[in-house]
Design a protein around this ligand. Sequence first.
Ligand SMILES: *Cc1c(COP(=O)(O)O)cnc(C)c1O
Ligand SMILES: [Zn+2]
Length: 502
Amino acid sequence: MRPDNFPKDIQPLIVPQPQGDLFYQCLGCSATYSIKELLYVCPKCGQVLLIHDRNFNELKKIPGTTWQKIFDYRKMLNIPALKGIYRYHEFIGPNIPLSSIIYLGEGHTPVVEANNRLQTKAGIKFYYKNDGQNPSASFKDRGMASALSYIKYLIDTGLASNIIAVCASTGDTSASAALYASYLTPDIKSAVLLPYKKVTPQQLSQPLGSGARVFEIPGVFDDCMKIVEKLSQEYPVALLNSKNAWRILGQESYAYEIAQDFEYEMQNKVVVVPIGNAGNISAVMNGFLKFYEAGIIDYLPKVIGVQSEHADPVFRYYLEPDVDKRVFKPVTVKPSVAQAAMIGNPVSMPRVIAIVNHYNQISGKQNVFFSQVTEQSIMDWSLEANRNGHIACTQGGESLAGLAKSFEQGIVTDQETAIVDATAHAIKFSGFQDQYFQKTIPNEYKIEFNQNLINEPCLVMPKNKEKIPVQGRPLSDEDFMVFADDISQSIANMLNLKKNDN
Ligand SMILES: *Cc1c(COP(=O)(O)O)cnc(C)c1O
Ligand SMILES: [Zn+2]
């Protein structure tokens, strides 16, 4: 729909102009910095940063219901820059002109209600939000669209040129970074660092296909992250990990979409996300807080962060009920099928601590919870979900395992409705499914095989193994009839089918 066909009262607001006054703020010493420069950590104290808008109060002057109307009407716009996460431009990157925005089809991922069978099994009504249906098949595209649009804005305004973008990754960050950087060839080149043999073959193929330089490093993600940090401190490179606060801004879109998907009614809603580096949960909480402060939603949903028992530093931190006694200790990770979240020392931990505190305070009660789940339950719930119409990756299975456990523990009740994050597409992690079905998951994962969940292909051969079709050498019509009879009879037998009467 053309902007001039929109209702008169919102017409001037439908296509946003660059506005806002963004700045970085340090979570350690509260120092603030201009966004004219790409910063990852505080130059004074080395802590991570978040981006705020000095003009945020201006947004509050527009009534919440008007914002709702603006976002709802923007669904009908055909302006590419506003088709993705920048539908919420004023809340994501108000300073970025539409001409600098990169849109590769990210955001607005489907919200799919679980069938009765799966809801009954989990104990609570829930929907999956399928972030695997983003362009590089994970939610990371939300943050990357934001970070790369910001870099393009720096390039467009002459503040940067010839960018080398780098990241460390458990697989999905690199796939996404390489994809978005490749769109900006030749202004940006990308290099990704991956823990050797700790990403899936599909994830490895993605940055290779996008033309990035791919470096495999011995160790786990936490080791790669240290090397990338060293590179970003000592060389002129653009860091695309979620240490980069622009990533967090983009990932807030997940919260905005949930608000819009449920007609801005957030009472009795529960949002469940897996935690790795903790960028995502930080962004999701921040997003809801911003919409709440602007009067767009009236309630803050309950948030549950889920971790595997093999990589659970955030869960452990919150085990201590006394706020003053909590101390963060990194953990040494053990192998996890939720491999994309297998992180022992989350970069965004200071963000989590600050935002959880704020979120609970504004909610007037504890409204953020952490759940720890077994590898077994992660695997079983992801297989179970996919046998009931979903496309959940193992991290999506982790989210659902966390919801089911939270229901058992009374953290959520059947009076609530959950939105569960399937953070990537199932096919990226199908190797774990194959290993489960072939009973070859190594012992260290501590996973036993439930025969009811195992599925295997069955090769059907005719009695006469000489007479089978081969590519380039088809059977004669007569031989093929015999072959087709034989094979269809075998299949019918295995499916317990009875022949039609006539
Ligand atoms: C990165 C990633 C996570 C973890 O998200 P964080 O922001 O690092 O906490 C979870 N699932 C998938 C599929 C991921 O790619
Ligand atoms: Zn500082």
